[in-house]
Design a protein around this ligand. Structure first.
Ligand SMILES: NC(=O)c1ccc[n+]([C@@H]2O[C@H](COP(=O)([O-])OP(=O)(O)OC[C@H]3O[C@@H](n4cnc5c(N)ncnc54)[C@H](O)[C@@H]3O)[C@@H](O)[C@H]2O)c1
Length: 411
């Protein structure tokens, strides 16, 4: 696959392995990142469990091992519009993979400062990208990482379709069939930004003929891909803190520490999952199958399985021997939900999923157990709450100290 690809947010958890995978598949890759994720770690005193190298060092290591050069541009998407326009003009990419957003739901709910930062960063990043593209003669295919959370988690009794809902409207001439974007029902400010992204994409695909694929992705688990596992200098990040650590990562770390896995609420929340290896393959396949100019946004549910949180806890508990415990839910969400997801279009791309059952043990032994000495246990508990009433329940001093120094600026 000989495409020139810009990977926006290519220093992050999904972006780094995607950059390496695409390079290995023959793409000419340039990473574009403002390193804000690393800055958040510094400001909030959190860190990846795995020892990730600086961007320069890991790019150098990749070149040393494979002979392939990956470009790196430090650009703040959403703030440096002229820089973006110049970059597009000088690189003339065939495709752009857009990961460059603040991606934690709990972080986005921490306080007004983080809510404003998340809206400002994510919406401006997405809009600047498509706005810049609408001014260029070229029309690179944009693949964006959206979220299953745009659909919301209300039980519906039917499978979430891939992006579009067929509706029947009563008109003067009888029933009229139509397809609309599935009504968004976000449960955090972060998910709200993904819902806003959808509308931005719909507008620019329709009015400017941009070619866009929006992947409504589930929670990504797993750490390594064949490329990041080549050398420890290429290792991918593994977040386990209360804000950026997703449920499975937190369980894995707790399991190795022998600390009962903390299940929020009843554990009846059902969520969608995908392994990082399938994420990078899904992106490759989307790049190989671009929509045509004039097509509506192609939306795929980049998801391979769904699990109840309690079932996840049971699975990790069985593998590790560490029990689980129920704790108050810091989130405002449905206590229990069914989640059926349609992912035919995604699987039709040729993905053979890595299942949780098959790879869980590797995560426990190769990652959590191996790097547990780097763990700062004080960062594991949930510190962000969805509603004031929940905040009032928490120890005020605890919350104040955990909210840390000033966050990144919204403007
Ligand atoms: N990790 C998941 O489970 C998951 C699930 C669904 C969707 N997604 C989406 O996939 C994308 C990548 O997620 P991730 O887990 O790799 O997150 P991440 O935070 O590890 O990576 C995001 C990268 O984008 C960069 N970035 C953020 N804002 C930027 C800006 N304005 N300009 C330039 N660079 C910027 C960050 O520095 C970081 O390197 C996000 O859009 C996220 O919403 C992730």
């Amino acid at each position: 696959m000989q495409l020139k690809v810009l990977v926006l947010g290519g220093d992050g958890f999904c972006g780094w392995p995607t950059s390496l995978h695409l390079a290995r598949k023959g793409c000419d890759v340039t990473i574009v990142d403002n390193l804000s994720r690393r800055l958040i770690d510094e400001r909030y005193a959190t860190a990846s469990l795995t020892p990730i190298c600086d961007p320069d060092e890991r790019i150098r290591a990749w070149e040393e091992l494979t002979g392939q050069r990956i470009g790196f541009v430090n650009l703040d998407l959403g703030k440096s519009f002229d820089g973006l326009v110049d970059l597009l003009a000088s690189t003339k990419p065939d495709a752009i993979v857009h990961f460059a957003e603040q991606r934690s739901a709990p972080f986005s709910m921490k306080s007004p400062a983080e809510k404003r930062y998340t809206i400002s960063n994510n919406v401006r990043a997405t809009h600047d990208l498509v706005c810049a593209l609408s001014e260029c003669a070229q029309s690179p295919h944009v693949v964006h990482l959206g979220s299953m959370g745009v659909y919301g988690y209300k039980s519906t009794g039917f499978a979430r379709p891939e992006g579009y809902l067929t509706i029947l409207t009563q008109t003067g001439n009888g029933l009229k069939e139509d397809e609309i974007l599935y009504p968004a029902d976000p449960e955090s400010v972060y998910h709200l930004t993904k819902a806003l992204d959808q509308l931005i994409f719909q507008y620019y695909a329709k009015n400017n003929g941009l070619r866009i694929t929006d992947l409504h992705q589930g929670i990504v688990w797993g750490t390594q891909t064949p490329e990041t596992a080549l050398d420890e200098r290429l290792i991918n990040r593994f977040d386990y803190d209360g804000d950026f650590g997703t449920v499975l990562n937190r369980f894995l770390v707790q399991a190795v520490l022998g600390y009962p896995l903390t299940v929020y609420g009843s554990g009846g929340q059902t969520r969608a999952f995908i392994h990082i290896r399938d994420t990078v393959r899904g992106i490759e396949q989307s790049l190989r199958n671009p929509p045509a100019r004039g097509d509506r946004v192609r939306i795929l549910n980049q998801v391979t399985e769904t699990h109840r949180v309690l079932d996840l806890a049971t699975m990790v508990s069985e593998v590790s021997g560490t029990p689980y415990q129920m704790v108050d839910n810091p989130r405002f969400e449905h206590a229990e939900n069914e989640l059926e997801v349609s992912n035919e279009q995604f699987l039709d791309l040729g993905i053979r999923p890595t299942r949780l059952h098959d790879a869980l043990l590797t995560e426990v032994t190769d990652i959590a157990r191996r790097y547990i000495d780097r763990c700062d246990t004080s960062t594991i508990p949930a510190r962000s709450v969805w509603q004031q009433a929940q905040a009032d329940l928490a120890d005020a001093e605890d919350v104040a100290s955990a909210s840390g120094p000033a966050p990144l600026a919204a403007e």
